[in-house]
Design a protein around this ligand. Structure first.
Ligand code: DCP
Length: 244
């Protein structure tokens, strides 16, 4: 027994640009025992080529952009790398501040290895951008990794930020991330359906028994919460009572 507090882990899920990062920041500011583990998007935008290791020049590729520009060629590679980098990030030991906490600290993940598989990779498979062989390979290594390491990043809860795809489209256009300029409403609608199937209707066939037991808090993120302190307080208090 080392006296360290038990760390609780929750993940924030929701469509592209729904506001997961904004909401995660609000949670972090709402209590000193909450720590956010950000999604490693910048790693996906700057993948060092293997040639950089042998030559003097460093060549980087933007895998996120490659995936959006040529989804059939790059979706499998992107989904492999994004899930691996997420797992690596989430497996990092918590900071000492959290371990010394007297209360019950909470680590908040922006997405999880589960949404990587049951939202994005599945969607790309259904769209034909990941072929059946790639999908079999993906599921094989994903199941293996989660079975081996999943207990170290086991979720106690999922916060589903739910908003109409049209609202996410508006937010996506407003933030203007270069790589996402070609994203169409139709794609956000498909991702929305994947979220609904997994987190609301629970019809997605999941491989992990423990995942079906994880409680899900559904929050209405269709309301403009970024600049409205009253709405923010309401949402945060729902989270706090859900996890108390
Ligand atoms: N992405 C993907 N496949 C994954 C994970 C992410 O294609 N397995 C893509 C979708 C986005 C980008 O990566 O283009 C970042 O994804 P998120 O939706 O997780 O992050 P956002 O920055 O859009 O979240 P928010 O605006 O809600 O904070």
């Amino acid at each position: 027994m080392n006296g360290s507090p038990k760390i609780r882990r929750v993940s924030i899920e929701g469509n592209i640009a729904v506001g997961k990062s904004t909401f995660a920041r609000l949670l972090q500011n709402a209590g000193e025992d909450w720590e956010v583990i950000q999604e490693p998007v910048s790693k996906w935008q700057n993948v060092e080529d293997a040639t950089s290791q042998v030559g003097p020049e460093t060549t980087v590729s933007n895998l996120l952009q490659m995936m959006y520009q040529e989804p059939q060629r790059w979706s499998y590679t992107f989904q492999t790398f994004s899930c691996m980098s997420r797992m690596r990030t989430q497996l990092q030991p918590p900071p000492p501040r959290l371990l010394q906490s007297t209360a019950t600290p909470v680590q908040v993940y922006e997405r999880s290895v589960y949404s990587d598989r049951y939202i994005f990779a599945l969607n790309m498979f259904e769209l034909g951008c990941i072929n059946p062989t790639e999908w079999a390979v993906y599921q094989n290594w994903h199941s293996f990794l989660v079975e081996e390491f999943g207990h170290r990043i086991q979720l106690e809860g999922i916060i589903y930020l739910r908003a109409p795809p049209e609202t996410c489209m508006e937010r996506l256009m407003k933030r203007g991330r270069e790589e996402e300029q070609g994203v169409k409403l139709d794609y956000l609608e498909k991702l929305h359906t994947q979220h609904e199937n997994w987190l609301l209707h629970k019809t997605t066939k999941v491989h992990f028994d423990h995942l079906s037991q994880v409680p899900v808090l559904v929050l209405d993120a269709g309301v403009e919460f970024e600049k409205d302190p009253e709405v923010q307080t309401g949402l945060i208090s729902q989270v706090k009572s859900f996890f108390s």
